[in-house]
Design a protein around this ligand. Structure first.
Ligand SMILES: Nc1ncnc2c1ncn2[C@@H]1O[C@H](COP(=O)(O)OP(=O)(O)OP(=O)(O)O)[C@@H](O)[C@H]1O
Ligand SMILES: [Mg+2]
Length: 279
């Protein structure tokens, strides 16, 4: 199995708070991997480092073998292949979250971020445009009819897959919470990612919605051949679908293993599972 994501010695410090402390982890292609831990453990911060939202205080992130994030203040190091300085390294600007999305990584947010005044359909369509064109506004002028029709078909197909086709013309914010979370996932999928990062996809869901989401995440992996890396507090979901689990506490990795290993790990039980509401 090949490694799709590698986080190497990543540290993220905010003033005196070390939110992520020398984190090392790997996610392999086709896996569903979970990142769990108590509130404030640094899970979302880790995702923010991975997706280029924050430049880490130290360490690096590799995606599909490419070093996409690192701590150098001038950007990331790039090897020169041509010219008189061939073989030397220079600094190029670190990729922005948009660039990282284009490389094939997409995410959802802990706090739902939908375009509130847009329909379900347009939320996905706009996300798809962002992937195919550098600049959405410029894109809307250059768009030709055929391209537009193809994209609309793809959006419709995607909405069908995620079970939102029937509500495609409703305003995003008029949907019940569980469906808004699905729409967020559909929007991430519209960018055709290889790796999907989900930050608490089941937050605010009732047990039935959580169960449906669990099945849905498994389907996404299987039907899109995607890799999923998710943060979640619903332990039923985590233990059900994860191939492997990483556990963070106060920014530090305290355990990693299969769901069974994690459930029986005393350090994890003491730090988290023993106190999690639904463990
Ligand atoms: N932009 C920021 N500026 C300052 N401190 C921050 C920032 N982002 C996160 N932190 C701090 O970093 C620590 C980790 O926060 P983070 O949001 O990553 O935790 P989490 O594991 O995602 O928690 P939760 O389960 O509640 O979502 C917390 O102490 C938080 O207050
Ligand atoms: Mg969080």
């Amino acid at each position: 199995m090949s490694t799709i994501l590698k986080v190497e010695n990543a540290t993220m410090q905010f003033g005196g708070v070390v939110a992520v402390d020398n984190l090392n982890l790997e996610v392999n292609e086709g896996e569903i991997v979970a990142l769990i831990g108590p509130n404030g453990a640094g899970k979302t911060t880790a995702f923010n480092v991975i997706t280029g939202v924050y430049q880490p205080t130290n360490g690096a992130v590799y995606f599909q073998g490419e070093r996409i994030v690192e701590n150098h203040p001038q950007g990331k190091l790039k090897k020169l292949y041509k010219g008189e300085h061939a073989g030397e390294y220079t600094h190029v600007l670190a990729p922005t979250p948009d660039h990282i999305t284009k490389l094939g990584m997409a995410r959802t947010f802990q706090n739902i971020r939908l375009w509130k005044s847009q329909t379900v359909f347009d939320n996905v369509l706009i996300a798809m445009h962002c992937r195919t064109h550098a600049n959405f506004l410029a894109a809307s002028f250059r768009f030709n009819r055929k391209e537009e029709r193809e994209q609309r078909d793809r959006v419709a197909g995607l909405l069908e897959t995620v079970g939102l086709y029937d509500v495609r013309n409703e305003l995003a914010t008029s949907l019940p919470y569980g469906k808004q979370r699905r729409l967020e996932i559909a929007r991430a999928l519209a960018t055709a990612p290889r790796l999907l990062l989900l930050d608490e996809p089941a937050a605010g869901m009732n047990p039935q919605e959580t169960q449906e989401l669990t099945a849905f995440i498994g389907e996404i992996r299987d039907s899109f051949h995607m890799t999923v890396f998710l943060i979640e507090h619903h332990m039923d979901l985590v233990m059900d679908i994860s191939d492997r689990i990483y556990v963070l506490d106060f920014g530090k990795l305290i355990a990693q293993g299969t769901p069974e290993e994690i459930q029986n790990n005393k350090r994890v039980i003491d730090a988290y599972l023993g106190v999690a509401e639904d463990a």
